[in-house]
Design a protein around this ligand. Structure first.
Ligand code: FAD
Ligand code: FES
Length: 269
């Protein structure tokens, strides 16, 4: 059940150009799954809608978010200081399917498996907690992360990943190109791929995995309104198996996602 709580900002520091890392402490946050996000409520009441941000890492009573200044809301956020208080939702969405069953199979044993976490730009933050959880489940984790120009969260990923491959669009650092081009050209092979980033990148990874007949889970960062299923502001088309066969249904990304299997998503619209 969604709850909005007050949290204490422990730090809010720049880590790259226009990119900030904020740690929020709250004893009411509850358990966090990799791939979940929180809604951040801003002080400026002209911004009625909360801003959704992925959980980058979590401890027992705190979460870390990493955000890029995109507009008015994230600019306001960047001005908050340690010791300020902030209104934040408890974790939202379903996160990555790394435990229990999905697509008819048991998926919580990753021992002996190699997985790739692939992030692009502001899709990199949720890869940190995901890599951590996959490593805890026995996986050999490789990261393939792409940035426009300046990489961030590399040291955090190195804590959980055997290899961290970096790509930049402008070739300023690492591989010249995007994360999916790098995966293909450097042959960064895995038993399963997990991703978050721009839709074009997610589609490219999903096509690549479909060709190879391996699973890929993608986190769709659609524009959102309420963030918890009340406004239908974030729907996307998802293929669903029913008794009548395969159907295409409109699903709210905030409630049914943000993570889906690549093969479930209707990409071409
Ligand atoms: C589930 C989810 C997780 C997210 N996680 C992160 C994260 O970890 N770090 C991060 O920096 N951002 C993340 N985002 C995007 C973030 O929510 C937006 O950048 C933010 O809401 C913009 O608010 P603003 O008031 O600063 O900008 P606005 O003034 O609202 O918008 C500024 C610009 O950003 C674009 N924009 C707004 N929302 C989105 C979106 N969802 N996707 C793409 N473009 C958008 C607008 O079209 C506009 O061009 C996430 C979004 C979703 C839905
Ligand atoms: S954002 Fe309101 S239903 Fe998803």
């Amino acid at each position: 059940m969604k709850k909005v709580v007050w949290g204490n900002i422990l730090c809010n520091d720049p880590i790259a150009k226009d990119v900030y890392k904020m740690q929020i402490q709250s004893s009411e946050m509850g358990p966090v799954k990799a791939g979940q996000f929180v809604n951040i409520y801003l002080e400026d009441k002209s911004m009625l809608l909360p801003r959704p941000l992925s959980i980058c890492d979590a401890e027992e009573d705190s979460i870390t978010i990493v955000y890029r200044i995109a507009g008015k809301g994230t600019r306001e956020l960047s001005a908050y200081q340690a010791m300020n208080q902030i209104r934040v939702s408890t974790p939202l969405g379903n996160g990555y399917f790394i435990e229990g069953t999905a697509l008819g199979g048991q998926i919580d044993d990753y021992s002996g498996k190699t997985v790739v976490v692939a992030g692009g730009g502001i899709g990199v933050p949720p890869m940190v907690l995901l890599a951590r959880r996959l490593k805890e489940k026995g996986a050999e984790v490789l990261a393939a992360v792409g940035f426009q120009e300046e990489p961030f969260l590399i040291e955090e990923l190195k804590q959980y990943c055997r290899e961290v491959h970096v790509a930049t669009d402008r070739g300023t650092c690492g591989f010249h190109g995007n994360a999916v081009q790098m995966i293909k050209e450097k042959r960064i092979d895995a038993d399963e791929y997990f991703s978050c980033g721009p839709k074009v990148m997610l589609k490219a990874l999903s096509d690549f995995c479909t060709e190879k007949r391996i699973h890929c889970q993608v986190s769709l960062e659609e524009r959102m309104g309420c963030g918890y299923g009340a406004c239908v502001g974030c729907t996307c088309k998802i293929k669903v198996k029913t008794n009548q066969g395969m159907e295409i249904q409109q699903k709210g990304v905030c409630k049914h996602g943000p993570v889906f299997f690549g093969e479930e998503v209707v990409w071409d619209e």
